[in-house]
Design a protein around this ligand. Structure first.
Ligand code: HEM
Length: 476
C-alpha cells in the first residue's frame, strides 16, 4: 500500500509531531497524492486510510467492522461505554433502547422547543444587527440549549447557563488533549498521558463536563420525583417498546424509566448523557456555523432560500411547524451541500477485526481503518468542481445514480448517526428563523479558514457574519 517513506522502526511517527492545523493539512496532502488509499505506520501500529465510496462501503456497511479503533479509546475516561464507543451486545442493546427516542412523533414535539430556541437566538441577534458576529459561540449555545431542553428535558437556569459555558470550554480542552494524544505515540500509554500536562488538564476538564451532566441528570430525576410518573406520561401518542408497553418519551426520561426495570444503571445513564450531550451539540453547532458562513458568501443562494421561506410563511411571523420545516426543500439542499464541504465529523475510524481486501490490497486484521469523510466529499469524479458551493447537487434529480456511500456526513450503515433527523430539523429551524428576519453578509471567507485536527471540524479563528435586519417580510 502506498504511503510516506518510513524510518526504520518508528515508521511515520515523526510526521505527526506537528500542530493540529498542520496535521489536518497533512492528511489532505496525502489524499491528494495517493488518490485512492494510503497507509501510515508507527512502531507496532498501522493505519490504512480510505476515501473512495467503494472502500468506505466495504468497511462501514457491515456489522463485521463495528468496533471503533483504539483512537476512540482515548475518549473512554469521558464517554465511557456510551453509544459512540461501545460495541457488541452492549451497543446493540443500547441502540435498541435509544433509537425510538428520535422517532418522528418525538421530533414533532421537539420542534416546538427548538423553534422557541431559534426565536430567542434571533432576538439576541437583533441587538447586534449590522455588526460582525462570531457565529461559533452563538451556534454552540443554541445547540447546547436545544439538546438539554429536548432530549434531556432540562431548561437552563442562570446557574446552569454559567456551568454550560464551562462545559463548552472543557469540551474544547478535551478535544485538544485528544489530538495531542492520538498523534504522539508515547502518549498512548495511560500512565505517561496522565502524568503529562495534557493528561492533567484532561482530568480536570472531564470533571467539569461530568459535573455538568450529573447536574442535568439530577435535576431531571428531581423533576420526575416531584411531579411523578404523570409528568413522564403526559406526552400523548407516547410509544416505545419496553416491557411490551408502547410508549415514547424524551431520551433522558426513557433512560430513567429503563433504570427502574434494571435495563441500565446510574453509570449507564451517565455515559449516554455524556455521549448525547457532546454528539448532540458540538457537531450540529459546527454544521450550522459553516452553513451560515457559506450562505453569507453566496447572496444569490440565500435569496433563493428566502423565496422558499416566503412561499411557506408569506408575511407571517409565526414559528415554523414540523410540517413547515419539511417543506424547506431547497434549504435542505443547502444544508446538505454545506455538510458535504464542511462535514462536522471529518474522519471516523474502525478497528479491522479480520483481514479484508480493499481494491486488491490485502489488509491484515488488527490494522486501523481511517475513513476520511472530508476527502471523500471532495472527490472530483463524485462531485464535479468539488470546491464550489452548489446546493443543486442535492436536488432529487441530481442524486440519481450517486453511489450510496459517496456522501456520508452522518456516516452510514449500522453505526450511522442516531441523531441525524434531529440535527437536520435543528439546522433548518435555526437557519430559517435567521433568514426570515436577517440578510446575512460575509466577513469570514472560505479561504480564510484554518481548520485544525480535532474532535469536530474546528476552525482556529472565529467565523464572522454580519446580520442585517430585513426591512420587510416580503420577498420582493
Ligand atoms: C450535523 C450534526 C451531526 C453530524 C454531522 C453527526 C455525525 C455523526 C457521525 C459521522 C457518526 C459516526 C461516528 C463514528 O462512526 O465514529 C455519528 C454517530 C453518532 N451520533 Fe451524530 N452527528 C450529528 C448530530 C448528532 C446529534 C444531534 C446527536 C444526538 C442527539 C448525535 C448522536 C450520535 C450518536 C449517539 C452516535 C453514535 C451512534 C452509534 O455508534 O450507534 N449526533 N454522528
Amino acid at each position: 500500500i502506498p504511503g510516506p517513506d518510513n524510518i526504520f522502526l518508528i515508521g511515520n511517527a515523526l510526521e505527526f509531531l506537528a500542530t493540529p492545523v498542520e496535521i489536518f493539512g497533512l492528511t489532505r496532502k496525502a489524499a491528494n497524492k495517493w488518490k485512492i488509499i494510503y497507509r501510515f505506520w508507527a512502531f507496532n501500529l498501522a493505519a490504512v486510510n480510505v476515501f473512495t465510496p467503494e472502500h468506505v462501503e466495504k468497511i462501514i456497511s457491515t456489522t463485521k467492522f463495528n468496533s471503533k479503533s483504539i483512537l476512540y479509546s482515548f475518549m473512554r475516561p469521558w464517554l465511557q461505554d456510551g453509544l459512540l464507543l461501545s460495541d457488541g451486545a452492549k451497543w446493540q442493546q443500547r441502540r435498541k433502547i435509544l433509537t425510538p427516542t428520535f422517532h418522528f412523533n418525538i421530533l414533532q414535539r421537539f420542534c416546538v422547543i427548538i423553534e422557541e430556541n431559534s426565536r430567542r437566538m434571533v432576538e439576541m441577534l437583533n441587538n447586534s444587527a449590522g455588526e460582525k458576529v462570531d457565529v461559533v459561540p452563538l451556534m454552540s449555545e443554541f445547540t447546547l440549549n436545544s439538546i438539554c431542553e429536548t432530549a434531556m428535558g432540562t431548561r437552563f437556569s442562570e446557574e446552569m447557563a454559567d456551568k454550560g459555558e464551562s462545559y463548552k470550554a472543557a469540551i474544547h480542552s478535551i478535544g485538544k488533549g485528544l489530538v495531542q494524544r492520538v498523534t504522539r505515540i508515547m502518549l498512548f500509554s495511560d500512565l505517561i498521558f496522565n502524568l503529562s500536562a495534557f493528561g492533567r488538564e484532561q482530568i480536570k476538564s472531564i470533571q467539569i463536563v461530568q459535573n455538568f451532566t450529573k447536574k442535568v441528570i439530577k435535576d431531571r430525576k428531581a423533576n420526575i420525583e416531584q411531579y411523578g410518573a404523570e409528568n413522564l406520561d403526559d406526552m400523548d401518542n407516547n410509544e416505545y417498546n419496553m416491557n411490551n408497553k408502547r410508549k415514547r418519551t424524551a431520551m433522558l426520561d426513557l433512560l430513567i424509566q429503563a433504570q427502574k426495570v434494571n435495563l441500565i444503571d446510574d453509570q449507564g445513564i451517565q455515559e449516554e448523557v455524556d455521549t448525547f450531550m457532546f454528539e448532540g451539540h458540538d457537531t450540529t453547532a459546527c454544521g450550522l456555523m459553516y452553513c451560515l458562513m457559506l450562505l453569507a458568501n453566496h447572496k444569490d443562494i440565500q435569496d433563493k432560500i428566502f423565496e422558499e421561506l416566503f412561499t411557506i410563511f408569506g408575511n407571517s411571523d409565526i414559528s415554523a411547524s414540523y410540517d413547515d420545516l419539511s417543506k424547506m426543500r431547497y434549504l435542505e439542499c443547502c444544508i446538505k451541500e454545506s455538510l458535504r464541504l464542511y462535514p462536522p465529523v471529518p474522519f471516523i475510524s474502525r478497528q479491522l477485526t479480520e483481514s479484508t481486501d480493499l481494491g486488491g490490497y490485502k489488509i491484515p486484521s488488527d490494522v486501523f481503518c481511517h475513513i476520511h469523510i472530508y476527502d471523500l466529499h471532495r472527490r472530483e469524479e463524485l462531485f464535479p468542481d468539488p470546491l464550489k458551493f452548489d446546493p443543486d447537487r442535492f436536488l432529487p434529480e441530481n442524486c440519481i445514480g450517486r453511489h450510496p456511500y459517496a456522501y456520508i456526513p452522518f456516516s452510514a450503515g449500522p453505526r450511522n448517526c442516531i441523531g441525524q433527523k434531529f440535527a437536520m430539523m435543528e439546522m433548518k429551524s435555526a437557519i430559517s428563523a435567521i433568514l426570515r428576519r436577517f440578510e446575512i453578509y460575509p466577513v469570514t471567507r472560505p479561504w480564510d479558514l484554518r481548520i485544525a485536527a480535532d474532535l469536530v471540524l474546528r476552525s482556529t479563528e472565529p467565523i464572522y457574519v454580519i446580520f442585517e435586519k430585513r426591512n420587510t417580510l416580503s420577498s420582493k
